[in-house]
Write a new protein. Structure first.
Length: 343
């Protein structure tokens, strides 16, 4: 029997982790039981602010804590495998922030731990909870813009002041496409399906002290002959955006996670035998580009009601597979067939 409130532990006390803590406080089915961080000042900040029952530096203490029902990992991508595997095998359900891991092999190990433990693993691809993107997908699924033929998205974000605590983002294994561009890639996968092939180009002009390319443009072949494009930049000089466009045979959607409206073009009635289009409709949406409250809500709903996870480990792993193939294509200068996890 499910008890009245699930005890949730949040691993990490960053600003993003605190968004998750705030999200937990809004859930009737859960309570913020514990917070954890290796940085004493951040741990103390969250202990004083949220007053959890436990605040500790070593996550292993929470692995062994029988009171912990589920954990949310808001930690550097490099340690997702280590932590997720430990908590799953200890009988805890896990919500892991994106990207699931940095390699397909790491994803497969996490999926194996999930299967063998019988616990649940959800990946925090938060764009699937973003109001503008949810509305865009709903309109597409209703058939209002007809059959898709081209989809595009961009992850344009300046990382000059976003190196992460102790520069955890500035590492060779965390390519910008895997760590950030995974947002745009997952969004297109969610709407258009799993691409089969990618051809990417990259350069390194904006962040010369970083060990990875800071700009990548990738072209994808999606199912049903849908073409796609993703632009990833972590050095661009502009405000953060994930502007996305979905072109269909009967209309077009232009949307962003930072805009108060989405723009919808739909086919109008023919005039003098020629097809016309409506004046673009500006449909209001809530701006909530990191809607972790909803993400936590659907995670808990799946646990309590024994429903499929909204973003399964398979979905998270497939996004990582596409990201890794994109990085490989840019490095080798050729199209790459995308190999999805076998596990």
């Amino acid at each position: 029997m499910i008890k009245n409130k699930l005890n949730i532990a949040v691993i990490g006390c960053s600003t993003m982790a605190q968004f998750h803590m705030d999200g937990i406080l809004k859930q009737e089915e859960a309570r913020l039981y514990a917070v954890c961080d290796t940085a004493p000042e951040r741990l103390e900040e969250c202990r004083a602010k949220y007053k959890p029952e436990r605040s500790i530096a070593d996550y292993r203490e929470l692995v062994a804590d029988p009171k912990v029902d589920a954990v949310i990992l808001v930690t550097p991508d490099q340690v997702h495998l280590e932590m997720a595997e430990a908590f799953l095998r200890a009988g805890k359900d896990v919500l892991c922030e994106k990207p699931m891991a940095l390699t397909v092999e790491e994803c497969e190990k996490m999926m194996q731990a999930e299967r063998e433990s019988g616990k649940r693993l959800m990946i925090g691809q938060v764009c699937r909870c973003t109001p503008a993107f949810l509305l865009a997908k709903s309109i597409i699924d209703e058939g209002r813009i007809g059959e898709l033929f081209f989809v595009e998205s961009e992850y344009a974000h300046n990382y000059d002041n976003a190196r992460g605590y102790a520069d955890w983002r500035v590492t060779p294994e965390r390519h910008a496409v895997i760590g950030g561009g995974c947002h745009a890639i997952d969004l297109l996968r969610w709407i258009a399906g799993d691409p089969t092939e990618v051809y990417a180009l990259a350069n390194h002009k904006c962040l010369p002290d970083w060990p990875v390319d800071d700009c990548t443009v990738a072209l994808f072949q999606f199912p049903n002959h849908v073409a796609g494009k993703v632009f990833t930049s972590i050095g661009c000089r502009r405000n953060y955006t994930m502007r996305s466009v979905f072109y269909g045979t009967k209309g077009t959607i232009i949307c962003d996670n930072t805009s108060p409206t989405i723009t919808l073009f739909e086919s109008g009635e023919p005039i003098n035998g020629k097809r016309a289009y409506t004046v673009p409709q500006e449909i209001p949406v809530e701006i909530n580009n990191h809607n972790v409250t909803e993400e936590i809500s659907v995670f808990l709903n799946a646990l309590i009601n024994d429903l499929p996870m909204p973003v399964t480990s398979r979905e998270g792993a497939n996004t990582v597979a596409v990201c890794c193939a994109t990085v490989k294509s840019a490095k080798e200068g050729r199209p790459v067939t995308i190999e999805y996890p076998k596990a």
